[in-house]
Unconditional design. Structure first.
Length: 292
């Protein structure tokens, strides 16, 4: 499946609905938006335009729309761009129109989601661009905001990256602490292979080339090469010789990622995509009117 196809799969609507409902419940509390309800009459209508204040890559349009629809399903949300699109500062992203109360009460939740997810997509695209022309693909990690993992990993795909495992449930990743407790690399791999089904992938983390050689004595699907220099990574790729997927991790930033990619690894995992992305500055300017 290519990157475009993975991205086009989108987000399940139930995940969007849950995230939006939780965010609005947090913001509205038990009393609702006391400012808007006091100042704006029920029959007031409004429209507003989302616009980028900084250049970036957009992600989260459906989530922003869902914030308004949760309060009033009749609100109209029209996107002018698509998730995954690059935009310049000043680009109009979407127009929203309908009940002024719904627009004002959902505004911050919609902007929070849209800015956060677009920030992740924007940072991801910078990493993807940095390794262009190499075989390496940029992947995310589990270093996500609690409760928002599915949305944030979607934003990584919108930026052109790929997802690592979604959680602890969908793939085996044997790390150094697992090996220490299990009594050795072979013991940990053997126990994992006996426990999981044939469809579940097994990856092993190694810190040295000696550990890599030991891991390759067993049947594994991928190897995580942790905190290795580009020269060590190149040697590790040579040793693996195509017997497993190679993933580089640790010490990855925009200054180092190109050299890591040129070592020949298949994947580069970057925790910063989700834990350090800067929110993309997006504004919503609203105009108020009254229903006829």
């Amino acid at each position: 499946m290519n990157a475009k196809a993975r991205f086009d799969m989108g987000l399940p609507q139930n995940l969007i609905a849950t995230a939006v409902a939780d965010a609005l419940a947090e913001d509205l509390g038990l009393a609702g938006d006391i400012t808007t309800n006091a100042v704006i009459s029920r029959d007031t209508v409004a429209s507003g335009v989302f616009a980028a204040r900084k250049p970036g890559v957009i992600a989260g349009l459906d989530v922003a729309a869902a914030a308004f629809h949760h309060l009033d399903p009749s609100v109209e949300f029209k996107a002018f761009v698509a998730d995954g699109d690059r935009v310049d500062a000043g680009t109009k992203i979407a127009r929203v129109s309908g009940s002024a109360r719904a627009l004002l009460s959902a505004e911050r939740v919609a902007l929070n989601f849209l800015g956060r997810l677009s920030g992740i997509a924007t940072l991801t695209r910078r990493y993807v661009d940095a390794v262009a022309g190499t075989r390496a693909q940029i992947v995310d990690t589990r270093k996500t905001t609690p409760g928002l993992r599915a949305l944030e990993k979607y934003a990584v795909r919108a930026g052109g990256g790929m997802n690592h495992r979604i959680g602890l449930f969908d793939a085996v990743l044997i790390k150094d602490n697992h090996i220490a407790v299990a009594g050795g690399t072979g013991q940990a791999i053997g126990a994992a292979r006996a426990h999981v089904g044939h469809m579940v992938k097994i990856e092993v983390e190694v810190d040295t080339l000696d550990q890599l050689a030991e891991a390759l004595e067993h049947r594994i699907d991928a190897v995580l090469l942790d905190n290795m220099t580009p020269d060590q990574l190149a040697e590790a790729v040579r040793i693996v010789g195509g017997r497993a997927i190679t993933e580089a991790s640790g010490g990855v930033n925009l200054d180092t990622v190109r050299a890591i990619a040129e070592a020949g690894v298949d994947l580069i995992s970057v925790g910063a995509l989700t834990h350090s992305a800067t929110v993309l500055d997006i504004g919503l300017d609203i105009e108020i009117g009254t229903m006829a």
